[in-house]
Design a protein around this ligand. Sequence first.
Ligand code: BES
Ligand code: MN
Ligand code: ZN
Length: 493
Amino acid sequence: MQGFVLGFNMNISVNNIKETNCRCDVLILPITEGDSDLYKNLGASIRKLIKKIFSKEFSGKQNEVLIIPAPSDIRAGRILLIGLGKKAEASAERIRQAGGKAAAYLRDMGMKNAALSTAVISSLKLSPADFAEGALLGLYTFKKYQTKNNDKKLRSLIVLSHSRELKKNIDRIKAITSAVYFSKDLINTPSNDMTPAHLAKAALSLKNKRISVKVFGRRDAERLGMNVYLSVTKGSHEQPKFIVLEYKGAKSKPLALIGKSITFDSGGISLKPSDGMEKMKYDMAGGAAVLGVLKAASELKLPVNLVGILPATENLPGGSATKPGDIAKAITGKTVEIINTDAEGRLILADAIGYAIKHFKPKAIIDIATLTGACSVALGNEAIAMMGNDRKLLDDIKKSAKNTYERVWEMPLFDEYKEYIKSDIADIKNTGGKNGSLVTAAYFLYEFAEKTPWVHLDIAGTAWVEKDKPYIPKGASGIGVRLIIDYLRSALR
Ligand code: BES
Ligand code: MN
Ligand code: ZN
């Protein structure tokens, strides 16, 4: 199936050319704050030029940029100085940010090809691959729906290095970034096109030697007893699709990745206010992240077993929609009283968790979901809210959050929250009221995960970016892909 992966705008290569010999529009020179003499080896004229500029217009502050004509004794047409901030505070994240800022700036300036000097980044014991990652991520655009396309494009970046290891690391970053692009494209696509059926097609496009895909329809879900999931589908004319992928890279028990896949959340009969409702197309960002992870895992041939589950449906009001007070029975046999039809994410996830445990006996479950508005109330747009029942799993994900800067913040699952979601007439109800609604949503899922090691990632505050960040252009952030891939690479070996 073609059409889902459009590829990068920019080509990245690693080449052992001397900075002064590289024929390109622009040579990128990263500079730490206040250090005006980092490039003395490039000759007297560059050295003088940088010294001069340091007296006034540039000092190397984080993400500061300045483009200047190159002296005639080097082959590049221009030089871009990009600030890395204070040497003592250097980090992979800051290098990524510099990469994102530099690439987007050069594109906007109409530059076509650039080369990156790697000496300074390497001297900080950091990797130029992080710069490349920031550059690729920062150049993401979503232009499918704009009929006039006369965009500026930075076409190539040559990373100046002889290192074979760097080349390997950049190849890995390309695979991961391509998966982030894939995920973002799905999320940015409006719900009239990104229907559950279309999401299923996107999943099917990943089919290969190691990935198998099954798509269950309404009848199948009925047969499987997933009536809590089905309760969410009832108001919509779009056919629900319960999508199951398997990636086999090892023989061990699988890790189940479950992504909330509401292709549009109107709230259902508990209708949301119309202000900002257009953004509820991103309520399938969890599902898109899971697809991205499977895509990258298979490209990187990771030695792990994964099951990806996307319970996909719209959540709409309608003549046959579920009404507040209705009760449905989950695949596990538990009955759920649906107090608020807008608390639909936990309903579809409950059956997905139940299905995963029943059919795959996974060694662990990670669910990722735009689950609660309370997530952004608590953490703003800066961190994923994380809750779970397994200390090792939680701690491993925290490490990956540090590595990728897809930050997580752990919230508690106190026993007392059980009371909040007790129903008078069913086993459990789907809301626990306003207070603690971030944690009671997770507690609801905990009641379905039970003894299986499980972690819940609430990405409601981070899956959508309102204002450009250094390497995350506004729109879908694609969060979760880099985090979970890092977890798979570091923890599961
Ligand atoms: N999809 C929303 C959560 C959400 C809100 C995600 C804003 C991203 C941005 C979820 O289905 C929802 O509506 N949650 C309700 C639950 C409430 C009714 C208990 C919420 O958090 O308001
Ligand atoms: Mn909702
Ligand atoms: Zn929702």
